[in-house]
Design a protein around this ligand. Sequence first.
Ligand SMILES: [Zn+2]
Length: 360
Amino acid sequence: MVGVSGACNVADEQENALDEVSGAQQKGYVAYDDPCSGIYLPDQPPFKKKIALTFDDGPNLEKTPKVVQILRAHSIPATFFVVGHRIDKGADLIRELDSDPLFSLANHSYSHSNFREINTDGRKKQLIDTTKLLLNLNVDTKFFRFPFGSADCEIRDEVSALGYMPVGWHIDSGDWCFEMGGGSCTRAVYGQYMQREYIPKEYETSMSDWIIHQAEQLGGGIVLMHDTLSVTLTYLEPLINGLQARGFEFIAINSEDVFPQLNEAVATAAPTTPIVQPTPSPSQEEQCIYVSEYVTSSLNVRASPVSGAVVGRLNKGDTAHYLAKSSTNDGWHQIRTLGGAAGWVYDGGAEQWITIGACR
Ligand SMILES: [Zn+2]
């Protein structure tokens, strides 16, 4: 039965994957130079022939490992923008990606909702639920990509105020269209979803040529692809070879040299709005937090919950003085470290990573 349900899951994932990306284009397309759009990036071309690959909508149990295999074979860095509802099933995959210095992970919402179609609370939940799931796997990121690239000024501000950095793209692979067209993206296919002309005729039959063409126009940049689609696997190797043959070099989105504004914004991002407010209680101030053996290396101490700046670390076996208990069950606790700094730690869900008790 395990095998059968696994196969069903993979089939479901494939269908969902295409719905997500094609729907994305239909609902969310906005101009690259509109700073309020979800696809906007503060760093503009040229990019010194540096290119960064990003893959959205995974982890996909079938295709992500194959994408990873190709990237590793060529030592190509990449960032995977994962959706929260796939994290549980893909936990091993996420751990593997996180442990490889070539790769990084980022937040792509919980259920791939269009942020212009849900309210403030819904958006916050989409962000934070995924952050928590990633933190459970010790993955810590401020990078966030809007599903469908869909946002407006207010929504961008809201997301930034929560401490996340929106990451758009400079180059759209159009992979969803190539996938739907069985390898070529014709106007007939594209026109079902988009109003304007898109891929010039000479690139309709080659996704890699289309990406390379855009890369040459811009001198590089951040490329949007999906590790949930078959065309990605078909075109990835020709794309890598083609770009390298033309002198492009692959880098990661956290390259401060190539994307200084994106990374400056991350470094100076406002601490996240606390998702829980501490409720000080004198009787609790005497208590201590002990870091449990379940912690593999150390816990980050943050200026505020979820993705506030890291202000310290607690190692396995460390003790921290407890300042106040969080008022909800979100799992964040305000502490004072041995050095005297105050901050927040996450308990890993159900106080797995820390225990609270009388100071010994
Ligand atoms: Zn997506």
